[in-house]
Design a protein. Structure first.
Length: 178
């Protein structure tokens, strides 16, 4: 099986073998498979943004620049990730590290409702970026994105998220696969 690790990005970033971005929405016509790929990539990005946003908004040391060596900053970040993961796993009614309204969520019509982490602490610094460079993707990058697109709509990929076609194609007059 082919394995590759990528950083999930939005359209502001160029497509690279290590940096996965969605198919451009301004394209004349996206295929259903491309829409599903964009939906799945967007869901992954939402999860990642929630994680880092909550982490940064809950730990005050991340609200400002760290004045320490790179080695110590790395240790601090690793410790915070461990504390965050522990706090999330121990999260219950009595110990509310992260309340439900802190998460960005997708509503019933597919819009993203921003979570409270975006207005607390460092979360206010997470802003949309404009394009950061040209998007002249090479054959390897395009091939990797197409490989992932094909996997997401394959029987194995569809079994992981059986609702993906309904969500990704919502609002389009398209016959959904059975």
């Amino acid at each position: 099986m082919f394995r590759s690790f990528v950083v999930v990005a939005d359209e502001a970033f160029p497509l690279k073998p290590f940096l996965m971005r969605p198919f451009p929405r301004r394209a004349v016509r996206l295929t259903n498979e491309e829409r599903v790929f964009n939906y799945r990539l967007g869901r992954a990005r939402l999860c990642i943004e929630n994680t880092f946003g909550i982490l940064c908004s809950r730990w005050r040391i991340l609200h400002r620049r760290m004045c320490c060596t790179v080695k110590n900053a790395e240790k601090i970040c690793k410790a915070l990730v461990c504390l965050h993961n522990f706090s999330m796993s121990a999260n219950d009614k009595n110990n509310q590290y992260c309340q439900p309204d802190w998460f960005d969520m997708e509503d019933e019509v597919g819009r993203i409702v921003e979570g409270r982490w975006r207005t607390v602490g460092a979360g206010e610094y997470f802003k949309e970026l404009s394009r950061v460079g040209p998007n002249r993707a090479g054959a390897i990058s395009l091939g990797l994105r197409n490989y992932l697109k094909d996997y997401f709509v394959s029987p194995a990929g569809n079994a992981q998220a059986p609702w993906q076609f309904q969500r990704a194609l919502r609002g389009y007059n398209i016959n959904l696969p059975a």
